[in-house]
Design a protein around this ligand. Structure first.
Ligand code: GRF
Length: 190
């Protein structure tokens, strides 16, 4: 079974969905990496008995220590789910086209540094967009600019609040991220 790592900094609802739908069935989530020792995703990891690694900024950017951790767990793919730090060059080189992110908008719209979580949905709402969606993309050294693997949309109504927009987008994420992860690791066409 292929071992993957999930990188997450926050709530971890996408991580929970991947664990529920894929873990120990289609793949093994070998490691959950977080930069935030308080993140709820660590509770989710504990519940599913998945090992965790808390990383510190200087270590992540000034050393390549994490490679040893990833090798220890035989990690072949890395999927980001609400991980807010830029992925350093050495890691991208070590995992070419094997690091993937999910972003809660139709990139290139509403992406880039600082565009995450509610900020994305607030901006979509402020611009009166008629639709939004999700983007799953390979990770490169710039925020949200790697090659797009998959996008899907949802329609927005005039009465939709940012919270409703967030809910619609999260529902798309829960439905499609596990499907796309499964396809990518098995080499299927997306
Ligand atoms: C998701 O909306 C994902 O697209 C983005 O960060 C959010 C993480 O949410 N990259 P959660 O922690 O999975 O609930």
């Amino acid at each position: 079974m292929i071992n993957i790592a999930l990188f997450a900094s926050g709530n971890g609802s996408n991580v929970a969905t991947v664990l529920k739908k894929l873990h120990k069935k289609s793949l093994n989530v070998g490691l959950i990496v977080s930069n935030n020792p308080e993140a709820n995703v660590l509770n989710i990891a504990k519940k599913h008995e998945v090992p965790t690694l808390i990383i510190k900024k200087n270590e992540f950017y000034q050393t390549e220590k994490i490679i040893q951790n990833l090798e220890e767990y035989k990690i072949e793919w890395i999927f980001l789910a609400g991980f807010l730090w830029l992925i350093p060059h050495y890691l991208i080189q070590k995992y070419p086209y094997k690091i993937v992110n999910i972003h809660p908008s139709l990139l290139p719209k509403y992406g880039g540094k600082g565009m995450y979580g509610a900020k994305v949905h607030d901006a979509v709402w402020e611009h009166g967009e008629k639709e939004t969606g999700i983007t799953i993309h390979y990770v490169n050294e710039k925020y949200d600019e790697g090659q797009i693997v998959f996008q899907t949309k949802c329609k927005l109504n005039e009465i939709d609040t940012p919270d409703i927009i967030a809910k619609k987008v999260h529902d798309l994420e829960y439905e499609y991220y596990p499907i796309i992860i499964k396809k990518l690791i098995s080499g299927e066409k997306v």
